[in-house]
Write a protein that binds this ligand. Structure first.
Ligand SMILES: [Zn+2]
Length: 252
């Protein structure tokens, strides 16, 4: 099959790519992954994402603050990241990943702190009119409630319920299907139900590999035939639509 795609969410700066980062990026490009969006999760990975975007014009950076670090982080550390976002806003195509992770954090105090910090991140996305990339594991409903009025929102690696997904679509937001769709029944149900107009695809590399070992952006292509089969739509149409959706979602 000959078509081009975008990996809408990956972490190429992570240590898992230290030995062969450039080769991995080249491999993705040769496979037809024409653009990649690299998302930061904290101060260091935000800086590294910006560096990757500077080096490769087909890699774009988003600046994030992962909810997983929030419960234990000092106010100073959080504020450092928030000001890093604002300082570098012109070099980023979006804000995130940020949001809520109630799977990881089960205490009321921790969840409340995630919510408070997420609200500050939302304010930055809103103030600078940037696309927001949400990590919302087990907190999808509240994340949607908090971001309903934003213009451009992507629920990355969506794994919530089909009912909440309908509300996300009704709000005009995008839902990104990870390569998990290759082997997870729940993600197959999500991909089947999700209107093509709202769909992005991603690897979340180096996580969630559809093959043995580490995931990498080239493997986003594994998900295309799976989604095409589930929706009974041509592979090339899935590739084109998700690419156009990603460009629209991030104003590329
Ligand atoms: Zn991620």
């Amino acid at each position: 099959m000959n078509y081009e795609v975008i990996d809408s969410h990956c972490h190429l700066d992570f240590p898992k790519f230290n030995k062969d980062r450039h080769e991995t990026i080249e491999r993705a490009r040769k496979s037809g992954v024409v653009e990649m969006i690299n998302s930061g999760i904290d101060y260091k990975t935000n800086a590294d994402s910006l560096e990757l975007a500077r080096k490769y014009d087909f890699i774009h950076a988003t600046l994030g603050l992962s909810p997983q670090m929030v419960p234990d982080a000092t106010d100073d550390k959080i504020n450092q990241i928030l000001s890093q976002m604002e300082r570098n806003i012109d070099k980023a195509i979006g804000i995130g990943e940020a949001g809520l992770d109630f799977y990881y954090c089960t205490t009321d105090a921790g969840r409340k702190r995630q919510e408070d910090v997420f609200r500050k991140v939302i304010e930055i996305a809103d103030r600078y009119n940037k696309t927001l990339v949400i990590h919302g594991r087990d907190g999808e409903d509240l994340a949607l409630e908090m971001t309903k009025d934003l213009d451009r929102v992507v629920f990355h690696c969506y794994g919530g319920s089909l009912e909440t997904m309908q509300n996300i679509i009704d709000a005009g937001h995008y839902v990104s299907v990870p390569t998990l769709v290759c082997f997870s029944e729940h993600h197959k149900a999500i991909a089947k139900d999700l209107p093509l107009e709202n769909m992005l695809i991603e690897t979340d590399s180096p996580y969630l590999s559809p093959r043995k070992g580490r995931n990498e952006p080239a493997f986003v292509l594994d998900s295309v035939p799976v989604i095409a089969h589930l929706k009974d739509i041509d592979e090339s149409e899935i590739a084109l639509a998700t690419m156009q959706n990603t460009r629209r979602a991030f104003e590329l």
